[in-house]
Ligand binder design. Structure first.
Ligand SMILES: [Zn+2]
Length: 343
């Protein structure tokens, strides 16, 4: 007999509208925060950056916003911080749309859809990368792994890696990147910088031009109701750099956005966002800097009382282009977590 897979169960729940019933029962007084990164088509010819960071294709994103529009009240980050300050209440079924990093596809692909639905959102910018052609380390790694002719390599700290097809190559790359995240930021970059030579790939200076937003695009987003939050300057895991650098990364990214836009920044998102990636000292500095809400990747949705109790560790739903609509809907009611597969 076939074992019933979680995906079959989710499809069944979705078709029978049980997810909607669950949503109505549990989400009224919870904050549902969607954690997007990129909105793009990772299967498009020539796509050579980090596909796991693509949260949805433009078509998926449109369907997801339609799903939200029928079930949630999409609130802005200003609504959330004003509620945290006790200035007003939040509507029933509040949802907050967030994007991390500052990719240009947020401007090109997400903004038109947000405008169509009249939804606010917030983008957390890693400010060193805005308006520049420097790649994030995972995109440089993906570029090299996609373009190399090699099928094996010895790559510290992981050792010998082999792959046969695109899928096994992605598994090898993601495993290596996960190992890098456990190192100090300096060690991580030393390994990243050695990668093109080890994989025998040359990287032209303009290989990543246009991948992140320009400051003009940021300002256009703001003019259409998309707020900006801070996401550090150089995008380190804050617990993998010195406390002084962590403080500089937080204050510097906030000050940079405020200087470029003239709008105060009151929200922050942690890189990676797992429990080992932030601590009490970092939260204290966020608070001192004027950050009122900070977002992790601890799985949500989160009861409003809990958000109010811990506004600097708010959970979100990590989204992937591999999520069909039923799984997206299931994530938004916390079902995968209940079934034991949080991501
Ligand atoms: Zn990030």
């Amino acid at each position: 007999m076939n074992r019933l897979k979680p995906s079959h169960l989710i499809n069944l729940f979705f078709r029978l509208r049980l997810l909607d019933a669950l949503h109505r029962a549990v989400n009224r007084n919870r904050l549902t925060v969607l954690a997007y990164h990129r909105i793009d088509d990772p299967h498009a010819p020539g796509f050579d950056t980090f596909a796991p960071n693509v949260s949805a294709t433009p078509a998926q994103f449109t369907a997801q916003m339609a799903h939200l529009s029928r079930r949630y009240t999409v609130v802005s980050i200003d609504d959330v911080t004003a509620w945290l300050r006790g200035e007003h209440s939040l509507p029933p079924y509040p949802a907050l749309i967030t994007f991390d990093d500052g990719y240009a596809d947020n401007f090109r692909h997400a903004l038109p859809v947000l405008k169509k639905f009249g939804f606010p959102a917030v983008v957390f910018l890693a400010t060193d990368y805005i308006g520049r052609s420097e790649p994030f380390f995972w995109d440089l790694a993906a570029y090299c792994f996609t373009r190399t002719e090699k099928t094996s390599v010895t790559l510290p700290p992981a050792g010998e890696l082999h792959w046969g097809d695109a899928d096994s190559r992605t598994v090898a790359m993601v495993g290596w990147l996960e190992r890098l995240k456990t190192l100090s930021d300096a060690e991580k970059w030393a390994h990243i910088h050695a990668l093109p030579d080890l994989l025998e790939v040359s990287v032209p200076a303009d290989a990543f031009a246009g991948l992140t937003m320009t400051w003009d695009e940021v300002r256009t987003m703001l003019a259409h109701g998309v707020a900006m939050g801070a996401h550090t300057m150089s995008h380190p895991v804050l617990t993998r750099v010195s406390p002084a650098q962590a403080r500089a990364e937080i204050s510097g990214s906030k000050a940079c956005i405020e200087a470029e836009t003239g709008v105060p920044v009151t929200a922050f998102a942690y890189h990676n966002g797992h429990p080992a990636d932030f601590n009490a000292e970092i939260q204290r500095h966020l608070k001192e800097t004027g950050i009122e809400a900070a977002f992790t990747l601890l799985p949500g949705p989160i009861p409003l009382a809990e958000v109010r109790r811990a506004p600097l560790t708010i959970g979100r739903m990590f989204l992937s282009h591999k999520d069909p609509l039923p799984r997206f809907a299931a994530k938004l009611v916390g079902l995968p977590r209940m079934l034991g597969f949080p991501r």
